[in-house]
Design a protein around this ligand. Structure first.
Ligand SMILES: C[S@@+](CC[C@H](N)C(=O)[O-])C[C@H]1O[C@@H](n2cnc3c(N)ncnc32)[C@H](O)[C@@H]1O
Length: 235
């Protein structure tokens, strides 16, 4: 059974299902949440002040909506057709917000667009081999651009791809992989792709025994200043 990403969008189609009859209504968007604990964590300021942003694995799209409403030209990407359709149903027409239904690596390899910020909030970066994804992100960031991501803190000593059966233990075989790395491994990986100023740390949960949040931020170096040409002296 090959481990491919091709069968995974269907797994994600059922993420955050909305129960009840009739059309589900959109959630309230009044904060940008990096962690699993509402109100805990750095907020949208963790991205700096981008003019353009790409979210990888946006699902219902709350964080992308929040940024667009702040005036950031934001693209919300997800490979799940159901997630993208629901986000469009709720937020299509929000000024500055657009949607892409595509696999993150495929899209980054194909597009010529560049961004001031690329981010993943428990999104595609967690579920895609970073050795493949991070270099593709690096190429689509503007000089000085930032990559920021959050996901569950790794379990000490268990690093690399972590596999589980997405359909449970008696369903059709659907391997789902998450990549877990220590903060040192993230630093190494990002530096190898040309990032600088790498900050990788675990933000502890509000209750110290609960699962914390891995927070990573790094930058593509700003373009070197163009040396000014000395004016010629008049004779
Ligand atoms: C755990 S959910 C997080 C969604 C959202 N960011 C949130 O915090 O609620 C992961 C999302 O990433 C998307 N995803 C996973 N791998 C992806 C990939 N390779 N390309 C695009 N989207 C991906 C899934 O479809 C899913 O919607």
């Amino acid at each position: 059974m090959p481990l491919t990403s091709k069968s995974l969008p269907e797994y994600w189609d059922t993420y955050k299902p909305h129960k009840g009859d009739g059309a589900p209504s959109p959630p309230v968007v009044d904060s940008f949440e990096w962690t699993q604990y509402p109100g805990h964590g750095p907020g949208a300021g963790f991205l700096g002040q981008p003019r353009t942003a790409l979210e990888l694995g946006s699902a219902e799209g709350k964080e992308a909506v929040f940024l667009a409403r702040m005036g950031v030209e934001t693209t919300a990407l997800d490979f799940s057709p159901a997630q993208t359709a629901r986000a469009r149903l709720w937020w299509e027409g929000t000024p500055g917000l657009s949607f892409v239904n595509a696999e993150a690596c495929d899209h980054l390899a194909d597009t010529s667009a560049t961004f001031d910020a690329v981010f993943s909030r428990w999104g595609a970066v967690w579920f895609t081999d970073p050795e493949k994804l991070i270099p593709l992100i690096a190429r689509r960031l503007n000089p000085g651009g930032v990559l920021a991501l959050s996901q569950a803190e790794p379990i000490e000593g268990f690093y690399g791809p972590q596999a589980m059966y997405g359909n449970g233990l008696s369903g059709r075989r659907l391997p789902v992989l998450r990549w877990s790395y220590s903060t040192e491994m993230w630093e190494d990986l990002l530096k190898r792709s040309g990032f600088t100023g790498v900050e990788a740390s675990v933000l502890p949960a509000p209750e110290p025994d609960n699962v914390g949040t891995l927070m990573v931020r790094a930058r593509i170096p700003a373009a070197p200043a163009v040396p000014s040409v000395p004016k010629r002296r008049r004779r």
